[in-house]
Design a protein around this ligand. Structure first.
Ligand SMILES: [Zn+2]
Length: 246
């Protein structure tokens, strides 16, 4: 199963409100365009670690959280996704049984066919691995018949790890390149909802272009032709399940 072919629900679990926009917005826009239900669960607003401009502008914590919340709601709307906030705090995002239980309940309710989250290593931002660890643990707990939570046990949705800001430092080596050309304008509009992180808009546009070149190279011969493919890179956690090798 690939992200673009997903017809079941898609659940994105991220540490901060900006993360899904830079790293998974293409997959989310493709899935919602195909009619899938897409939900993003933001464990925090990124109010302390990813809101430098708002702090420099003299805003208070509550105002920053409200601002980040509003921007994320707008971005999710552009992507056709539902959005939920755990408001668990960042820097640090603390791992707890309570938060993992909340994520289990989210899995049981959404019943995702595909899960997207952070890679489990990121020396620049400990909240990202914390979110990934909790997302992966909660997925396993949600599968257990004996885990006490409302709803049927979860199946085995594949987990795709989205690309971190500095992939080499995070042991990120793509094994899925997702063609997001047809929805890239949607991703760009979602990125532009995050006005305080303007410096990221072009960075993630350039990254999509580079991943697009790599996608073409992996799809066929190198003909040296100009092309405008845009892509997002992912790693898989679990083996692909298939009846044919393709
Ligand atoms: Zn983040």
């Amino acid at each position: 199963m690939s992200v673009s072919e997903a017809t079941g629900a898609v659940l994105v679990i991220c540490a901060h409100t900006g993360d899904f926009v830079w790293r998974a917005a293409g997959a989310m826009a493709l899935a919602s365009a195909s009619g899938a239900n897409v939900t993003v669960l933001c464990l925090s607003f990124g109010e302390r670690g990813e809101s430098a401009k708002a702090w420099r502008d003299g805003l208070e914590l509550a105002e920053i959280k409200a601002l980040r919340r509003q921007e994320a709601i707008q971005a999710a709307e552009v992507l056709g996704a539902a959005i939920e906030f755990a408001d668990a705090g960042d820097y640090p995002l603390r791992e707890s049984d309570k938060l993992i239980d909340e994520i289990v309940r989210c899995y049981r309710r959404i019943r995702p066919a595909v899960v997207l989250t952070h890679p489990p290593a990121d020396p620049y931002n400990p909240d990202h691995p914390a979110a990934a660890r909790m997302a992966l643990q909660a997925r396993v707990f949600a599968q257990a018949v004996g885990y006490e939570a409302t709803g049927e046990p979860l199946g085995a949705p594949p987990v795709f790890l989205f690309e971190p800001h500095q992939p080499e430092q995070c042991d990120f080596k793509p094994d899925v390149l997702l063609d997001i050309t047809e929805v890239f304008d949607v991703k760009r509009r979602a990125m532009e909802c995050l006005k305080a992180q303007r410096h990221m808009w072009d960075y993630y546009t350039d990254l999509a272009r580079r991943r697009g070149v790599q996608l073409e190279r992996n799809a066929g011969p190198n003909l040296g032709l100009l092309q405008s493919t845009m892509a997002e890179a992912y790693m898989r956690v679990y083996p692909q399940v298939t009846r044919t090798l393709a």
